[in-house]
Write a protein that binds this ligand. Structure first.
Ligand code: TUI
Length: 299
């Protein structure tokens, strides 16, 4: 079977995760220059800021790169247009169904790679013309589903006839090879890249990921319906405590509002939302992105 790097014309069969509020145009270009597929993470940005970041990525790399659209973004409709206007070639999506944008993207010749956490959406995406699927297990950081990568990836592979990329819980060559054994043609990684030299997050955030052990993540918002995996800290422990005690959504909002920005830009590891996956326990140093990709792929 053709591997992801062969399909996309890149060195390593690795896509960078969407990494909301982290993956700038400069970062995406750095990952592409390192041999992976870098992505501008639209996250919670306005459509015009996404356009700016796309333009920055173009200036900083001549290699393929893409855009990840976080579908809960209130400006998702406009961002869906911006990627067409800017001639972006590859789009991944997360936290929802991109169904209503797919016809326009296909007409624009965009390679569409939705991220899914269950087989039902994978099948719907294939029927609507998705080119590939990213099957993301609950080991991941950020917005997650229920199924583990081990359970999800082979079931998605069986459910669809398009190539599948595995995500969630992949940080070294053993996990990379396991993902290929499960039927994937490549992997998506996020947490490992948090501790790359090129990653623009605050040093405190990187230090917290390096210090974290395997049991140091927690999922907030499972009850409210927006499960997000983050490092344990005062904010996330209190969030889950209040959630279990029956706090309403509005009350919980005050914990999450702007909390990712607090972590990324201010390095507030106490009140910030430090999104990270369960592989945090195996990340022990800050390295160049190229080393990280090379190590994971084993060549
Ligand atoms: O999207 C992600 N990971 C993310 S998005 C994000 S930004 C954010 N911050 C705070 C709250 C919410 C989001 C941080 N990390 N991964 C891809 C992913 N998509 N995981 C799970 C899903 C998913 C879940 C439900 C996709 C579709 C879905 O249902 C869609 C439908 O309509 O059936």
């Amino acid at each position: 079977m053709e591997m992801l790097n062969e399909i996309l014309g890149i060195k390593y069969p690795v896509i960078q995760g969407g990494m909301a509020n982290i993956a700038t145009g400069e970062f995406a270009a750095a990952i592409s220059n390192a041999g992976g597929l870098g992505l501008v993470g639209a996250g919670g940005l306005s459509a015009e800021l996404v356009r700016k970041e796309i333009q920055t990525a173009k200036k900083n790399t001549d290699k393929p790169f893409g855009v990840n659209i976080m579908l809960m973004n209130p400006e998702a409709d406009e961002i869906a247009k911006v990627v067409i206007e800017e001639g972006v070639k590859i789009v991944t999506t997360g936290a929802g169904s991109p169904g209503k944008y797919m016809e326009a993207w296909k007409n624009a010749g965009i390679t569409i790679i939705p991220v899914v956490a269950a087989t039902a959406l994978a099948k719907r995406m294939e029927a609507l013309g998705a080119d590939m699927i990213i099957a993301e297990g609950t080991e991941s950081g950020g917005h997650v589903g229920e199924l583990t990568t081990m359970a999800l990836v082979p079931q998605v592979c069986d459910a669809v006839n398009i190539p599948v990329i595995a995500a969630g819980g992949i940080a070294d060559n053993r996990q990379f090879k396991a993902a290929l054994c499960l039927g994937a043609i490549g992997v998506q990684i996020g947490t490992s890249l948090l501790v790359s030299e090129e990653c623009p997050i605050h040093d405190n955030y990187k230090a917290a990921v390096i210090k974290a052990k395997d049991g140091d993540t927690i999922v907030t918002g499972r009850i409210a319906g927006t499960p997000v995996r983050v490092l344990k800290n005062s904010m996330s422990r209190e969030y889950v405590k209040q959630e279990k005690a029956g706090a309403d959504k509005m009350e919980l909002e005050k914990f999450t509002l702007g909390s990712l920005r607090k972590a990324v830009f201010d390095g507030d590891t106490t009140n910030g939302s430090l999104m990270a996956g369960q592989v945090c326990g195996m990340l022990n140093e800050i390295r160049p992105a190229e080393d990280i990709l090379k190590n994971i792929c084993g060549y």
